[in-house]
Design a protein around this ligand. Structure first.
Ligand SMILES: Cc1ncc(COP(=O)(O)O)c(C=O)c1O
Length: 430
């Protein structure tokens, strides 16, 4: 525990030491809006911007989804197969996770009541940290409020203006925002391009640290980073490899621990493994697994962890059970991998473009045009299938797509419904 003066100093520096606000992959206001704007005119300018997005087919709207068991949901009074969730292993609704959460609530209540370094880190949190480090086979682990916060906080704690960070072009927004806040030299490389990574490191002279930052499974394409080659590159240039294993944890590897396991790389001084509880674990929260020294450093410097309330107690209890189930029930991830090949083949057979590198539960169906993507998503919805329509700026212009996410709970009945609906919608396109 830190002395009180440390916390006072940190809160003071948090208030007065300005860091660059993280940028996100959000829409940029048009140049007209960058000049000073009175509050009176703000609403009318925002209305104009929203109209512009709407004209481009890029306006986002919110809806109310009611989750149902068995990989389904209810939306606007209709029951749909939900192919737009990240609950790959079907754990969000697992009775054993629910029971673990209820039991924990009976004992300790719901909220953590404080940030972790004050009084928010309970015995439930300590148990989850141990479960994660056992699962990831690391010395230690630390929790964050979300996966986004884990990426932001970890990169912020490790990089600064004297460093260079190599970043894959398709990395998740949280990694990009994490790098931008550090004011490190950001070098964006083409997707999966190890040669470009090597070139950037060769040219990086006079830097303190060199970081290579990558998703393991890319969230909009479902393809995999060349982790082995990036690791070799990190060794050659004495760089640190930061891997966001968000979509791979629980899904890939013999033990289900993620793509670092598949690449035969263990988390070490050179490799930092970041994860989230919000995908295959079926819950919410982020984590970093690594050496004791790294984790102690993050306890001392990761602002998104230090200055945010700890994870809620039922989430911690349910997550411990989830990691036990992932170890005990490998058939869940086996089903995902086999079914993924079956779905790719089925979609291609009915004429859809599923790019080659896709494998695992995230399957992009490339459309190109944003407005057409929205129409296709509606047509699928009319046939009982909910998929995510992904448009710029989340993906590059001209690469709008339907993203199909598989979940064990769909079973063969859901998969048959998916393939039938895609085939029927395709027929209306020709
Ligand atoms: C690759 C990747 N990293 C991090 C995150 C953020 O995780 P969380 O939803 O737990 O904040 C996401 C989620 O969208 C993601 O896809």
């Amino acid at each position: 525990m830190f002395p009180v003066w440390f916390l006072v100093l940190e809160i003071w520096s948090f208030k007065f030491h300005l860091v660059l606000p993280p940028q996100s992959f959000s829409h940029q206001l048009s140049p007209r809006c960058r000049s000073p704007v009175s509050t009176d005119s703000l609403n009318s300018e925002l209305r104009d911007e929203l109209r512009r997005l709407s004209e481009q087919g890029l306006l986002r709207s919110r809806r109310e989804v009611i989750p149902l068991p068995g990989g389904q949901c209810r939306l606007n009074g209709q029951t749909l197969w939900n192919f737009a969730s990240n609950d790959y292993l079907g754990l969000a609704d697992d009775p054993r996770l629910k029971q673990a959460a209820i039991d924990a609530i009976q004992v300790s209540g719901i909220g953590a009541r404080a940030s972790p370094l004050v009084t928010g880190r309970t015995d439930w949190h300590a148990r989850l940290e141990s479960a994660i480090s056992r699962f990831k086979q690391t010395e230690s682990a630390i929790l964050f409020p979300t996966g986004f916060a884990a990426n932001l906080g970890t990169i912020g704690a490790l990089a600064g203006p004297d460093d260079i960070v190599i970043c894959d072009r398709l990395n998740h927004a949280s990694l990009i925002d994490g790098i931008r806040q550090t004011r490190a030299r950001l070098r964006v490389i083409p997707h999966g391009d190890v040669t470009a990574c090597r070139q950037q490191l060769q040219q990086a002279t006079g830097t303190r640290r060199r970081l290579i930052v990558t998703d393991s499974v890319f969230s909009m394409d479902g393809d995999h980073a060349p982790l082995r080659e990036l690791h070799d590159c990190a060794e050659e240039f004495d760089a640190i490899l930061i891997v966001d294993d968000a979509h791979a944890t629980g899904v890939f590897g013999d033990r289900g621990t993620g793509l670092l396991e598949v690449a035969g790389i263990s988390a070490s001084q050179r490799v930092i493994s970041i994860g989230t509880l919000s995908k295959a674990i079926g819950l919410q929260g982020g984590f970093v697994a690594g050496s004791s020294v790294l984790i102690n450093w993050l306890w001392n410097s990761a602002r998104t962890q230090v200055y945010s309330t700890a994870l809620s107690i039922p989430v911690c209890a349910a997550a411990v059970t989830a990691f036990e189930l992932i170890t005990a029930e490998p058939e869940r991830r086996h089903w995902l991998r086999e079914t993924s090949s079956q779905v790719i083949a089925g979609l291609r057979q009915s004429g859809w473009h599923v790019p080659d590198p896709a494998r695992g539960p995230i399957l992009p169906v490339l459309v190109g045009d944003a407005a057409l993507t929205m129409q296709l998503a509606s047509a699928l919805e009319e046939r009982g299938i909910l998929v995510a329509a992904i448009r710029p700026p989340t993906v590059p212009a001209g690469t709008a797509r339907l993203r199909v996410s598989l979940c064990v709970s769909h079973g063969q009945e859901g998969i048959a419904a998916l393939l039938d609906a895609f085939q029927a919608v395709r027929a209306t396109q020709q």
